[in-house]
Design a protein around this ligand. Sequence first.
Ligand code: IPM
Ligand code: MN
Length: 358
Amino acid sequence: MAKTYKIATIPGDGTGPEVLREGLKILAASAAKGSFKLDFSEFDFGAERYLKTGETLPDSAIEEFRKFDAIFLGAIGHPDVKPGILETGILLKLRFALDQYINLRPVKLYPNVETPLKDKGSEHIDFVVVRENTGGIYTSQGGATRVGTSEEIATQLMVYDRRTVDRCLKYAFELKKKRNGQNKKYADKPITLIHKRNVLTHCGDLWYRAFEEMGAKQYPELKRDYNHVDAANMWFVKNPEWFDVAVTENLFGDIITDLGAMIQGGLGVAAGGNINPDGVSMFEPMGGSAPKYAGKNVINPMAAIGAAMMMLDFLGETKASQAVEAAMITVMKKMKSQAAGQMGYSTSEVGDQVAEFV
Ligand code: IPM
Ligand code: MN
């Protein structure tokens, strides 16, 4: 009997619902081929619910989400909600409560997708950032005193413990091993730790020693490299072909993955996963809620479709995931641009076409 996966969906705000709809279309088309089934349940968390009820994400919802195989998110964010409320109340709460300790961000430039990098093509940009997703500055240790006075003091600490670092590194090394087995061009490249150990002499040192120890003891066959985060920024732009798997702490990862999104063709195509390898993971397009495009059927759903592809891979449906990627490439080759309103197709037409090729 075909396996059934239970998927929780959170369409969210702005263009979230319309891009998620196309991602769901692709998942349904994959399931229609018969080797597995999908059972979707929709949840209405997001700005609208918050503005109506004052509720972001109740603890009961977390318990509910634990019963699912994965979560598929559209976008969260609204101009009428003060920055920080929905981010911490929904996104970060989910990451922490479900212990989604990896933020996985493929940076892959597909054929016919435009990059702002001069003289770089899809043969140069194909790597993955493994961002630690539950520690560091995001734990919000610290505080503020004398707020509002000229003597105000604020602290927000970068907090890491060896277990949190090790489990993230483990994931990154395993991913590197897997990719090396998939393609010779990956095997020629190192796994790169990105940090700032010349200045962050405590946290950076912890990450560096943990990386070197794990690499030498458990993965001696893998080439290792290290970049300071500021330099990594330069190399992402100048020599993206140097990277295959880049692993880094939370805030640095947040910053460099937006740069990654730009060099792979923008937020219309960038997808990510908040992953708990032993639990419930959440997949999302990186584009945000893009309020000005909401409801117009012009936004690019490719990022949401890419998130669906990542979800299938995570669920172990490798063949289905590869079929989605192949269909995405076919359709991207026909599109005029990946920018909203300039694709040559509407949001739903892009989804229809990818579904057809799946
Ligand atoms: C991301 C986002 C989030 C982050 C925000 C919305 C909390 O920027 O997923 O990269 O900082 O992690
Ligand atoms: Mn970010």
